[in-house]
Write a protein that binds this ligand. Structure first.
Ligand code: ZN
Length: 111
């Protein structure tokens, strides 16, 4: 992978970080603890708790992706970005464009 490609992927990763931060910010209000004395009725309380569970799951997913993106940045720096961890072959650029945190090539991912 040459320097211009590395810069290209650094930008994709940076953009993902911005998007994740924005999503996490939006999820913050959804993950607040629901106070038991809030008089919103039983059904809407269940509803609120369900929404909270979804928000928490989304938050976890965002945080996991953020962790993988930090790893991808590290691989960009040490020159192993785009190299499959399993077969040491090259990961298709098209795959990395969509999923910059991918650590395996498509054939290995499907194995
Ligand atoms: Zn592979």
């Amino acid at each position: 992978m040459d320097t211009s490609q590395q810069e290209h992927f650094q930008k994709i990763i940076s953009d993902r970080f911005v998007a994740i931060e924005a999503e996490l910010k939006g999820l913050e209000q959804g993950t607040e603890v629901i106070s038991p004395d809030v008089s919103i009725g039983r059904l809407s309380r269940l509803d609120a708790m369900q929404h909270q569970q979804i928000a928490l799951a989304n938050k976890r997913r965002c945080e996991e992706e953020r962790g993988r993106l930090h790893e991808a940045e590290r691989r960009l720096r040490d020159g192993t970005f785009g190299t499959c961890l399993r077969c040491q072959g090259s990961i298709a650029v098209e795959r990395l464009e969509i999923q910059p945190d991918a650590v395996t090539c498509v054939p290995c991912a499907q194995r």
